[in-house]
Structure formats: structure tokens, C-alpha cells
Ligand binder design. Structure first.
Ligand SMILES: Nc1ncnc2c1ncn2[C@@H]1O[C@H](COP(=O)(O)OP(=O)(O)OP(=O)(O)O)[C@@H](O)[C@H]1O
Length: 628
């Protein structure tokens, strides 16, 4: 039934026939034009003919020869078809045909000047002629630092190196006042009055590339702006100002919000870091209505739940475990979250307790009702960004950009950090604590603050006690006043905080402050003017080395790190497993053998008296420990 109504072959043949009819009848183009173009078209016709001939030749080669009678039959068949088609045409298309006839009659009545002469119309003699050139385009804003080059890391997996990289260097220091167009006045005034006039390089590169993108995306569509901006990974050296680098864009973006809702989560690994980040944010957002909240681990969860429900903070600084607790209690929704910031990201991603990362990701998907959590900008910061693909994968990154120093190794050390390797022969290793003390005595800054890293809680307590005994026994030929303390997880949190405060405060008279600590103190802690770091026990990885040494030489100040390397084994470990991952500024400090410093020349020498005294002190330590 359908076939009876619609026969495509019939339509086709009717269309072809109609075309033939048109060609056979009067010219369709205005006559004048046809008359003028007849001569020109002769050549075309010849070409057409040639083409037809050629086609016929081809056909000749392919169609089997038919006998003349067959040809006759075929012709009559075609004529019959045409006749039938003519009938169809006359009945079906009579309207069209009559309109066509009328057009031709009108054309015959037209005056010659009414006829369209397309050549005249296209006469461009008055128009200025130009070469064919590309249409001018707006200038492309180039990021000269953008590269996707992949670095050879001797087989180490560095998944993040495969993302688009934005490189920066230590020369990129700019005044904050240069960002008047992209930062609000209050923010500029807060940052310049409370921190510094000039932005550090990692801050400059974020302000130059990320903040304009955020401002633009926000002006286009507030809701979809995180998706447009994409995620941000930053691998920047210790003390380079990463906290400000992520806090400035957050305060800039959120300062125009009208209602307080949880819009930014800053996740940090330890309680000490919560307070540090909080202080920075409070200074930056002074004079705005932004509310920054912190999770105080000493508060009960219920108490905090009530507090956050009564007043929802815009920005919350929290540890991952507490965050999971709150999500399970439904303290807040992540529906309005715009920023998820991981500070000390590699440490966080290595902590899998409570499965915090997948809990947050799942919650984001549910609260934002999306398959992938792309409506939040993930900012991942560390001095030693994880090289573990699987861990970064858990964050479900959206078009990430990686910001890093122009370097060919995994981690970059601060430019002003001077490292010294002190090679202790195995035969002399029994006197390592004495050498440490002789080294401390040889260092003479005006306000000495020395952080000594050991491998365990027990080692921290033992070394701090032994150093005290040695000082009291006047084992050293010179007199110097010391304040020695041990930070370890056997102490209460309150005691550790009190000892850190004492260490950080400056004393009126010259006292050498020595803090013997475990790696509890190696991450993120920002103590002003730590003059020296001593790696008494060698760190187990290059990451750990970077963070320990990074407690000195912060914020472009100078600082020194000493590595006590016992025997060939530790020396090889340092060069093969630590130094091989580190890059330093070309015009920065290189590691030095300690002998090159005159003051340090004799630190591995043991006088007879010192040896006797040292042995007595060891006995005393033994008694001390057994009596406890
Ligand atoms: N532009 C600046 N000018 C001067 N000082 C600054 C500037 N930016 C940050 N600082 C200061 O530098 C110090 C180190 O900053 P911050 O703690 O953010 O470093 P970081 O890169 O996070 O280091 P880490 O990796 O060790 O955590 C802080 O005392 C901070 O106040």
C-alpha cells in the first residue's frame, strides 16, 4: 500500500524528464546573457562532448554488443516510457509547466535594460582590489611556559608529568599591586599589609594563569565555572608560599558570595597545619564577610556538628578523618562546594584511613547529582607531589594543569638551601652523638635554631637526653647555653605545641635552641628562622629529605642542612636514592663536603678528654633510662 503511494524510482524518472523538457524549451537564463555567453560556452560544449565521447568509449568497453533489432526494440521501449511519462508530467506538473511558460512570455516583453546582466552586476572596477589575505584575528594569548614534554625519571612513575605543564622559574616575582585588574582592592591591601609587597614565583604563576580564567569563567556562568577552569596540580618547593598561592584565588572568587554555604574545603594532614592555614585565611579575608571555620580535634564531633549547623562556614580547614566523620553525620552538604584543596597532597593521598578520598568523591557525586565530580575545582598542592598514578586517579581529575619549576628531576629544593654531607667512617660511628654536638657548637648564627631529625620516638628521646648530659658534663672545650627538647608522639599534643612555641620564640640572650624531632615535624610546619636542619638519621626517601630540609631556607631566606652519613652504605644511599630525585636552581647552592668550611674542619676529631667524658655520659644515659 505504501509502495503504491510512494515510488522513488518514478519520482527520479519524472525529475529527469522534466529536466530534458526544460533544456529543450526556451532558455532559462535571460536571453541577453545567453546571447553574450553563447560564444564562450562553445568551448565548454566541446569539452562536454569530449567527455561524452570518452564516456561512450568506456561504455563501449563494458556493454555487450547488441544486434540492431534489439536496438530498435529498446528505442521503442524508451519512447513508450517517455510517452507515458509525458502523460504523467502533463497531469501532475501542469501547474509548474504553465508557470514556466508564463515566465518565458514575460521575459519576451522585458526591455533589454531590465534583463539581469550578472557580469555588469559583478563589475568591481570601482572597488579597490586586494590580495587574498587571511582575515585579521585577535592576538593569541600565549603561555610560553606551557609544555607537555615528558621527563625521563629513570623508570619512576610520574603520572602527573603527562598532564599539560605550566612551568615557572625563580625570576617570576611580581608586585601584588600589578594584579589590580583581577584581584579586589581589599584583598590586595590585606596581602600587601600582612604578608609582602611582592608575590613569590608560584603565586605569580597562579595569579597570571588561573585567576583570570576563574574570573572569566565566573562571569560567563557561575554554576559551570569550576568545569571550565579545570583542576590544578602544583609541585612547588618547601617554603615557596603555596598556602597563599591557593588562598588568594579562593578569597577572590568567594568574596562576592551573598549567602554563607560551604564552598571551599581545605584538607590538611595534621592539626598543626590546620591552625597555620587558618591564620593565613583569616588575615587574607579581613574586611570581607567570609567565614572560615576549622575543625578542632579536641572538640567532640557532636559539639562541632552543632556549631557548623548553626553557622555554616564558607571555607573549612579540616583533617581527612574528621571530614569523613562529619560527612557521615550529614553536618553539611557538598552541593555548593566550588573548591576542594589538598595541602601536603602526597601525604594525604598516602593515608587511606577511613577511605577518605573515595568517601568525598562519592559524596560529591551524590550531592551535586553528577557522574563525575567536575563541578568543583580540585587544587592539589605539595613539594613532593605523588608519583603514584593510582592515588591521583582517585581524585577523578578534570582537565588538570600541572604547575612546576622548570626542572628535570622530581623535586625542587629551595634556592638558598646549602647542603653539607658529613661522612663519618664506620669505625668512628660509635661517637655519632658527640659529632652532632661538636657540629652544633661549631655553628654560630646570631639566633641559632637547630632542628635535628631522627628516625623514631625512642631515638628522639635518647638523643635529646644524651645531648643534655654531654652539655652538662662540659664535654666541649667551649661553653654555650642550650635549650634542648624532644618532640615525639609519646608527648601529649599540648606538650609538643608548647615545646614548638618555645623553640620558635626568640630569646633575649644567645641560646642555642635544639629540637630533636621525628618526621612528625617534617611536613608543612612553618617556623620562622630555623637556621639549621641536621639529618642525624638519614631519611628513608627523597620526599622525606625534601620536607625535612624544607623546614629551613623558607620564604627565600637562607638555611643550611647537614647530612650525617655513616660508612659507604649511607653515602651510596644518599646519592642513588635521594640526590638523584632532586633538582636545584642553576644559580642556587650545590651540596658541599663539610671540610670546605673552615669552622667545620675539626668536628670529627675526638680528643682523649672528650672520649673519656663521652663514655661517662653514655653510662649516665644508661642509668637514666633504666631508672625510668
Ligand atoms: N609573597 C610572599 N612574600 C613573603 N613571604 C611570603 C610570601 N608568601 C608566603 N610567604 C611566607 O613564606 C612562608 C612559607 O609559606 P608556606 O607555609 O605557604 O610555604 P609552603 O610552600 O606551603 O611550604 P611547605 O611545602 O613546607 O608547606 C610563610 O611564613 C609565609 O607567610
Amino acid at each position: 500500500m505504501f509502495a503504491a503511494r510512494f515510488d522513488p524510482t518514478a519520482v527520479q524518472s519524472v525529475a529527469v524528464d522534466q529536466e530534458e523538457k526544460v533544456r529543450a524549451s526556451k532558455p532559462v537564463v535571460p536571453q541577453k546573457r545567453r546571447a553574450e555567453s553563447e560564444e564562450d560556452s562553445e568551448e565548454d560544449e566541446d569539452e562536454e562532448k569530449d567527455e561524452v565521447d570518452e564516456n561512450e568509449n568506456v561504455r563501449e568497453n563494458h556493454i555487450p554488443e547488441e544486434n540492431p533489432s534489439d536496438e530498435e526494440d529498446h528505442k521503442s521501449d524508451v519512447e513508450m516510457d517517455l510517452a507515458t511519462n509525458d502523460e504523467v508530467t502533463s497531469s501532475k506538473y501542469s501547474g509548474v509547466y504553465s508557470r514556466f511558460q508564463k515566465t518565458l512570455q514575460i521575459q519576451d516583453k522585458l526591455a533589454p535594460y531590465d534583463l539581469v546582466n550578472t557580469e555588469d552586476e559583478n563589475d568591481n572596477s570601482d572597488t579597490e582590489q586586494h590580495e587574498l589575505v587571511p582575515i585579521p584575528q585577535p592576538e593569541i594569548v600565549r603561555n610560553t611556559h606551557l609544555t607537555t614534554e615528558v621527563v625521563n625519571l629513570k623508570g619512576k612513575s610520574a603520572a602527573w608529568l603527562h598532564t599539560a605543564r605550566v612551568q615557572y622559574d625563580s625570576s617570576m616575582v611580581k608586585p601584588f599591586s600589578a594584579y589590580k585588574d583581577i584581584l579586589n582592592d581589599k584583598l590586595i591591601s590585606n596581602v600587601t599589609s600582612k604578608f609582602s609587597e611582592n608575590a613569590f614565583p608560584v603565586q605569580t604563576v597562579i595569579l597570571d594563569t588561573v585567576v583570570p580564567k576563574m574570573n572569566f569563567a565566573q562571569s560567563v556562568n557561575k554554576k559551570s565555572f569550576p568545569r571550565r577552569v579545570g583542576d590544578i596540580l602544583v609541585n612547588a618547593s618547601t617554603g615557596s608560599g603555596k598556602t597563599l598561592a591557593y588562598s588568594i584565588p579562593v578569597v577572590q572568587c568567594l568574596s562576592k558570595r551573598t549567602v554563607n554555604r560551604l564552598r571551599c574545603l581545605i584538607v590538611v594532614p595534621t592539626k598543626i597545619l590546620i591552625h597555620q592555614v587558618f591564620e593565613t585565611l583569616v588575615k587574607l579575608s579581613q574586611g570581607t564577610s567570609l567565614i572560615t571555620g576549622i575543625s578542632k580535634l579536641e572538640n567532640s564531633l557532636r559539639e562541632e556538628h552543632r556549631k557548623f549547623q548553626a553557622q555554616e562556614p564558607d571555607i573549612l580547614v579540616i583533617t581527612p578523618g574528621r571530614l569523613v566523620d562529619h560527612l557521615q553525620l550529614n553536618t553539611f552538604s557538598l552541593k555548593n562546594l566550588k573548591f576542594l584543596i589538598l595541602d601536603e597532597a602526597d601525604r594525604l593521598l598516602n593515608q587511606s584511613f577511613q577511605n577518605w578520598c573515595s568517601v568525598i568523591m562519592e559524596r560529591l557525586k551524590t550531592d551535586k547529582e553528577e557522574m563525575h565530580p567536575v563541578s568543583v575545582i580540585k587544587m592539589v598542592f605539595s613539594a613532593t607531589l605523588t608519583t603514584n598514578t593510582e592515588k591521583l586517579h582517585g581524585l577523578q581529575l578534570n582537565r588538570p594543569s600541572l604547575f612546576m619549576m622548570d626542572s628535570v628531576k622530581l623535586y625542587h629544593l629551595p634556592k638558598q638551601l646549602q647542603e653539607f654531607n658529613i661522612k663519618i667512617p664506620t669505625a668512628k660511628s660509635f661517637a655519632k652523638p658527640l659529632f652532632a654536638l661538636q657540629l652544633i657548637a661549631a655553628l654560630s648564627p646570631t639566633d641559632p635554631r637547630i632542628l635535628v631529625f631522627v628516625r623514631s620516638n625512642e631515638a628522639s628521646i635518647r638523643l635529646a637526653t644524651l645531648l643534655e648530659i654531654l652539655v652538662n658534663n662540659k664535654v666541649l672545650p667551649i661553653e654555650f647555653r642550650t635549650q634542648i627538647a624532644s618532640i615525639n608522639s609519646n608527648n601529649t599534643k599540648g606538650l609538643n605545641s608548647k615545646l614548638i612555641k618555645q623553640f620558635a620564640s626568640s630569646s633575649p640572650e644567645k641560646v642555642t635552641k635544639i629540637l630533636v624531632a621525628t618526621d612528625l615535624m617534617s611536613r608543612g610546619i612553618d617556623i620562622n628562622n630555623v637556621s639549621h636542619v641536621i639529618n642525624y638519621d638519614l631519611p628513608i626517601s627523597s620526599q622525606q629529605y625534601v620536607h625535612r630540609c624544607g623546614r629551613t631556607a623558607r620564604a627565600q631566606a637562607s638555611g643550611e642542612a647537614f647530612n650525617l652519613l655513616v660508612g659507604k652504605g649511607e653515602q651510596t644511599f644518599w646519592s642513588d636514592n635521594i640526590d638523584s630525585d632532586l633538582s636545584r636552581d642553576l644559580d642556587g647552592c650545590r651540596p658541599k663536603p663539610y671540610e670546605e668550611e673552615q669552622a667545620l674542619e675539626n668536628i670529627l676529631e675526638i680528643t682523649k678528654d672528650a672520649e673519656e667524658n663521652y663514655k661517662d655520659s653514655l653510662e649516665q644515659l644508661k642509668n637514666n633510662v633504666t631508672s625510668k
